[in-house]
Design a protein around this ligand. Structure first.
Ligand SMILES: Nc1ncnc2c1ncn2[C@@H]1O[C@H](COP(=O)(O)OP(=O)(O)OP(=O)(O)O)[C@@H](O)[C@H]1O
Ligand SMILES: [Mg+2]
Length: 595
């Protein structure tokens, strides 16, 4: 339950709504109390006047008594209608305050969690599955809302109803009150038990349903493989197994749920029976009136719903506590990368790696060992090496997706850790190795790099990235939707769109991580020479497999197994006849083979 304390600051924030809600809970319950009392008064008055009409039977005066009874009933009915109407309005206001408050809290909590997700680093995203994060921000938050809204409303309503009704009952006849209340705790307990079973069952149904959907989803996206391997029947069977599990679980839930109302009616029936039986005896002894019996029956009915909802509300609170615990777990994760606040830089003039080593925290893989190099404004450097040699890791450290284990990275001779991060990242045009495009138009995907870009800018940078002609040939040109739910672009087209997205930022430094691997050598050359012509004063760091295209670069760093084994200009490295020479020969060989 402790986990729910984390919500107190929301309750404080919406204290006005909460306070008003409580007032409406109390007043609506006070108005509910009029009904049983009015019924008693009605019955008692009839009991007084009816005998007179018998006594004066046949005389004019007898009609007078009958008329009086009718007027009395009419007046009482009107009062009942008015009080019920007022109660209805108060209940409406109670929902308008408490349930509305819960929606506000839900909104705030979703945003709080989303903001926190945004601050967390890639290592967090590697540890936790997307599905888990989604369920915390959607299902868990809605369960917490059920506590803030309905649970608080029902539980406070219950406390108020209980105190008022039991006080009224006990002040009439404590003995009868005791007997009629006996079955109610039993009702509450059994409904609590039933709701618990219902919750467990619905949770397992939810799980089955989600594996059912992901199974279906996977088979739709993998339909080519399934049909190609003639596995349709096997997949169909697996699907059928899941659907039949889903059906069985749903049927078993329906069985439990069908106990709900009969159980409630049974226990309420017993209470009513006791009220009439024991109440009748009391009337016979003269300690009670017939009106009192009717009043008691209405009181019992008034208690039924709150008592029934107690079990339900308690289970809501329990579920909310479990959910809030899961939410707290994520909220308490502190981002392992925190922006520095000492320096704000507006231009990247130099980048220096000083003895940087790095180990991936989750796997313990040593990715970089004692890396040192420096790049100055206007320089173009290439980082080359075999696959897995640590090239992308250098890029990840530079954008501060991770921090070095030892050593330091300096920008303009200032430690990167002390530099305001979002400013710095804005100066970088980073194109990661894994291309990601949003399910959106080409236009929006490119202008993502600079939301203020005009259509002309977008087209200009598309040209620089050498993807303009490809886009023009799409059905809706720049308005074509790409990504998962749109036109499938080829690997090379995606890479070039993502380059345009980085270029449109007009960054100070371009960091390209093997982002032309799926583009042919000729296009790669065109793009790189576009840079030459337009980016003279800017830094370019290009991680690549294609050594031919970086021959003219100012410096080439050759990585092997996380260490820099060679670095320098193309000619020097070539003449050294070391790893660079081998890689180069290998590429010439590949080129020959492919021709
Ligand atoms: N997120 C990660 N978590 C754990 N280990 C990783 C992660 N990313 C990379 N590694 C490991 O770190 C080492 C260096 O990987 P890196 O991605 O830097 O290589 P690379 O030179 O970019 O290779 P490629 O040319 O294939 O892109 C590899 O052994 C890899 O398995
Ligand atoms: Mg890589």
């Amino acid at each position: 339950m402790k986990s729910l304390f984390a919500l107190n600051h929301y309750l404080y924030k919406y204290r006005v709504l909460l306070g008003l809600g409580m007032i409406f809970v109390i007043t609506s319950n006070i108005f509910a109390l009029f009904l049983p009392q009015l019924i008693r008064i009605g019955i008692e008055q009839i009991q007084i006047y009816l005998p007179f009409s018998y006594v004066f039977n046949g005389l004019n005066i007898s009609h007078l008594y009958i008329d009086m009874i009718f007027i009395l009933i009419a007046v009482i009915s009107i009062i009942i209608i008015i009080t019920t109407l007022i109660r209805g309005i108060l209940m409406f206001l109670m929902r308008q305050t408490l349930i509305v408050m819960s929606r506000h809290v839900e909104f705030d909590q979703k945003n709080e969690l989303y903001l926190h997700y945004q601050e967390l680093t890639p290592s967090f995203y590697k540890r936790n599955s997307t599905g888990d994060m989604m369920s915390r921000i959607s299902e868990d938050v809605s369960r917490v809302r059920m506590y803030i809204g309905p649970a608080i409303m029902y539980i406070s309503g219950l406390i108020v109803t209980f105190s008022l009704v039991i006080y009224s009952m006990a002040s009439i006849n404590p003995y009868l009150t005791f007997w009629t209340l006996i079955p109610l705790p039993l009702l509450s307990y059994s409904i609590f038990k039933v709701s618990k079973i219902v919750n467990i069952k619905s949770e397992s149904i939810q799980k089955t349903l989600s594996s059912l959907t992901s199974k279906a989803q996977e088979s739709y996206s993998g339909i080519k493989v399934i049909q190609g391997f003639a596995r349709d029947h096997a997949v169909q069977q697996e699907f059928e197994e899941l659907t039949s599990q889903y059906r069985n679980e749903s049927l078993s839930l329906a069985k439990v749920e069908s106990f709900f109302s009969p159980l409630m009616l049974l226990l309420v029936g017993i209470s009513t029976l006791l009220a009439i039986y024991i109440g009748g005896n009391e009337v016979a002894r003269g300690r009670f009136t017939a009106g009192n019996i009717a009043e008691f029956v209405v009181y019992i009915n008034m208690l039924t719903w709150p008592v029934a909802s107690l079990g339900w509300a308690v289970s809501l609170v329990q579920r909310a506590a479990a959910s809030q615990k899961r939410i707290n777990e994520f909220l308490q994760v502190t981002p392992d990368i925190v922006s520095g606040d000492k320096y704000i830089i507006n231009k990247i003039e130099s980048i220096r790696f000083d003895n940087v080593s790095f180990v991936y925290p989750d796997t313990g893989i040593v990715a970089l060992k004692n890396i040192s190099f420096e790049i100055k404004a206007g320089e173009k450097i290439a980082i080359v090496g075999k696959t897995g040699s640590g090239k992308s890791t250098i890029a990840e450290l530079l954008v501060r997706n991770y921090d070095p284990l030892s050593g330091q990275i300096y920008i303009n001779n200032l430690p990167l850790k002390e530099i305001q991060l979002s400013h710095f990242r804005n100066l970088l045009g980073y194109v990661p190795q894994e291309v990601f495009l949003f399910s959106d138009s080409v236009n929006h995907n490119i202008s993502f790099g600079n939301p203020n870009a005009t259509q002309e800018d977008i087209e200009h940078y598309a040209q620089l990235a050498s993807v303009y002609d490809d886009i023009i040939s799409l059905p809706k040109k720049f308005d074509t939707i790409v990504g998962e739910r749109g036109v499938m672009l080829s690997g090379g087209q995606k890479q070039r769109v993502s380059i345009a997205r980085a270029l449109i930022k007009n960054p100070n430094t371009l960091l390209l991580d093997d982002c032309l691997s799926a583009v042919d050598a000729k296009t790669e050359n065109i793009i790189l020479s576009n840079f030459e012509n337009n980016w003279n004063d800017k830094m370019v760091i290009s991680i690549t497999h294609r050594l031919f295209t970086v021959k003219n670069f100012n410096k080439i760093i050759v990585l092997d197994n996380g260490t820099i084994v060679e670095n320098g200009k193309h000619e020097d490295l070539y003449n050294k006849k070391g790893l660079y020479y081998d890689l180069y020969q290998l590429q010439i060989q590949e080129e020959v083979d492919s021709k």
